[in-house]
Design a binder for this molecule. Structure first.
Ligand code: SF4
Length: 244
C-alpha cells in the first residue's frame, strides 16, 4: 500500500472539467483529483496507472494549496463538484483539501471501495462506497464498510455502487445492499479493460451493452425496484482513455 505523509497527498492526475461518468452524479460537470495508490488489486481494475507501483514515478506528492491551485485553474475559479478518486483516495489525507474547497464554495464527492473509514468522510458532500464483487478477486469486509457508513454520518449523501459482471456479482450486490437498506444503490455493467483495451482506449461496447441489458433484466426479474442501473457514460463517449 502507498500512503503519503500527513501533510501531502499523492496525486496521480488532476483533470477536467469533464463530466462524472457514473453513479449518482452521472452527467454532472466535475474536476477529477485522482490519487495514487490502492490497497486492492482488482482483476479488472481500469485505473492501473493509479494503482500499481510501476507507475509510481508519475505520482506527485502535492500540498493542499498546490492541488487547490490546479483545481481552481481548471474550473476557472467557478465552484463545481470535485471528484476524489483513485486508486483508493481514502488512504490519502484529504480532509484539509475538502475544507479548503468548501471555503471557496466547491463541493466534494469521493469514491472508495470502503476498505478504510476516515473521520473526514463526514465532511464530504457525496460518498460513493463501491464494494468490490467476487469477480474482482478481492474480499469485502462488511464490518469496515459499515464503519465507513457510520463515520460519514448524516451529512454526506452516501450511496452504494456495484460493478456487476455476472450472476455471482449480482447476488453479492443484493446481499451487501440488504445490510444497508437506507442507502441508494447504483449498478453498472463491468468493463473488461486491460486487456482487451488497446492504446487508443477502445473497449468492447457491444459486450458492455449486452451486460447492461442482462443487468436490467436481472433487476426487473428480482423486482429490485429501488436499484438504479446505469452505464459508464465516459466509457461510451471516450473508451478507456485517460484524462477525460
Ligand atoms: S479498488 Fe478500484 S482502484 Fe483499487 S484496484 Fe480495485 S478497481 Fe482498481
Amino acid at each position: 500500500m502507498t500512503e503519503a505523509s500527513s501533510s501531502t497527498v499523492l496525486v496521480c492526475e488532476i483533470f477536467g472539467p469533464t463530466i462524472q461518468g457514473e453513479g449518482v452524479l452521472i452527467g454532472l460537470p466535475t474536476v477529477f483529483v485522482r490519487t495514487g495508490g490502492c490497497d486492492y488489486r482488482c482483476s479488472w481494475c481500469d485505473s492501473l496507472h493509479a494503482v500499481e507501483s510501476r507507475f509510481r514515478h508519475d505520482w506527485k506528492p502535492m500540498s493542499t494549496e498546490d492541488i487547490w491551485s490546479e483545481v481552481t485553474r481548471l474550473s476557472g475559479g467557478k465552484p463545481l463538484t470535485v471528484s476524489l478518486s483513485g486508486g483508493n483516495p481514502a488512504i490519502q489525507p484529504l480532509g484539509d483539501l475538502i475544507d479548503r474547497g468548501h471555503g471557496d464554495g466547491y463541493r466534494f464527492a469521493l469514491e472508495t471501495q470502503g476498505s478504510r473509514a476516515r473521520p473526514w468522510f463526514a465532511r464530504l458532500d457525496t460518498l460513493v462506497l463501491s464494494p468490490k464483487p467476487p469477480s474482482s478477486g478481492m474480499a469485502c469486509d462488511l464490518a469496515v464498510l459499515g464503519e465507513c457508513v457510520a463515520v460519514a454520518g448524516e451529512e454526506p449523501q452516501t450511496v452504494l455502487k456495484f460493478v456487476v459482471f455476472d450472476a455471482e456479482d449480482f447476488a453479492f450486490a443484493r446481499e451487501v445492499s440488504a445490510h444497508f437498506p437506507a442507502l441508494p444503490v447504483y449498478l453498472q455493467p463491468g468493463n473488461h479493460t486491460p486487456p482487451p483495451a488497446d492504446a487508443e482506449g477502445h473497449v468492447d461496447i457491444e459486450g458492455l451493452t449486452e451486460r447492461m441489458r442482462w443487468l436490467v433484466d436481472a433487476v426487473a426479474g428480482e423486482r429490485w425496484f429501488s436499484a438504479h442501473v446505469l452505464p459508464q457514460l465516459h466509457v461510451m463517449l471516450w473508451g478507456n482513455r485517460r484524462g477525460v
